[in-house]
Every structure is written in structure tokens, then in C-alpha cells.
Design a protein around this ligand. Structure first.
Ligand code: HEC
Length: 116
């Protein structure tokens, strides 16, 4: 009888400890503050060069904090369009399209009032 009791307590402890561990390593982390330099620049450099990066690119510049901040609404609107929309960016899919999680990064940054 005692053995069974210990066994039950043992299993109980293992389950509890495993839950603690997975809570710590969970991918749902507390929201952090994004920044232009750390989070936004890499996305734009991957998908919006060279067209929006003067001097090579001659389209609306998206190569500085000010220009991106002033155009963030249009940027988000364009990358969320269907890929076959004539206004979709990146233009003619010449660069990698933004996946949903990258679009969320842009939207979160906008909601956080665009920290530099
Ligand atoms: C291959 C070149 C190319 C790439 C790459 C590209 N664009 Fe564009 N972009 C254009 C062209 C050409 C226009 C003008 C035509 C139009 O408005 O659709 C434009 C226009 C825009 C406009 C409208 C500017 C205005 O003054 O109204 C925005 C915003 C924009 N692009 C954002 C982006 C973003 C964000 C990316 C990266 C995810 C990107 N573009 C990638 C060529 C490009």
C-alpha cells in the first residue's frame, strides 16, 4: 500500500516539475519593446532594397528612421495586400515577401509609437 502511495506522489512530482520547466521555456515571452535599428531595419533591408534605398533606389526612401516612421502606415498596408495586387510590396516579388510574423513586428512597432 505504501509503495503505491509513494509511486503516486512520485508521478505527481514529475508532472509538476515538467510543467514548471515548460512554463519557463515557453515561446510566449512577455512583450518587449521593439526598436527601429534592431527590429525594423533588417526586415526592410531584406525585402525593400535596393528600390527604396537611395542612391541606388529612387522610390520613396525607406532607409532612415524618419522616412520609415513617416511611411509606416503605407508600408504595412502594402505588405499586407494580396501578392497579386498591383500595389503589393515588395514590388513584383523581386525580394522576399514578409510572412505574417514579420508583418506583426511592423504593426507592433507602430503600436509602440515607433521607438528608435
Ligand atoms: C523591385 C523594387 C521594389 C521593391 C523591392 C520594393 N518596392 Fe516599394 N515601390 C516600388 C515602386 C516601383 C513603387 C511605385 C509604384 C507603386 O506605388 O506601386 C513603390 C512604391 C512603394 C510605396 C508607396 C510610396 C508612395 O509614395 O506612395 C510604399 C509605401 C512601398 N513601395 C513600400 C515598400 C516596402 C515596405 C517594401 C519592402 C517590403 C518595398 N516597397 C519593396 C518598388 C519596389
Amino acid at each position: 500500500m505504501r509503495k503505491i502511495l509513494f509511486l503516486v506522489i512520485g508521478i505527481f512530482l514529475v508532472v509538476v516539475l515538467q510543467n514548471c520547466k515548460s512554463a519557463k521555456t515557453s515561446k510566449y515571452e512577455a512583450p518587449t519593446t521593439l526598436s527601429y535599428n534592431k527590429d525594423i531595419v533588417p526586415i526592410l533591408q531584406t525585402s525593400c532594397t535596393p528600390c527604396h534605398f537611395p542612391p541606388d533606389g529612387r522610390k520613396e526612401p525607406l532607409n532612415s528612421y524618419e522616412t520609415v516612421k513617416n511611411n509606416i502606415s503605407a508600408v504595412i498596408e502594402r505588405v499586407k495586400l494580396p501578392k497579386d495586387d498591383i500595389k503589393f510590396m515588395p514590388f513584383k516579388s523581386k525580394r522576399p515577401a514578409l510572412n505574417d510574423s514579420l508583418i506583426v513586428v511592423l504593426e507592433t512597432w507602430q503600436k509602440q509609437n515607433m521607438p528608435e
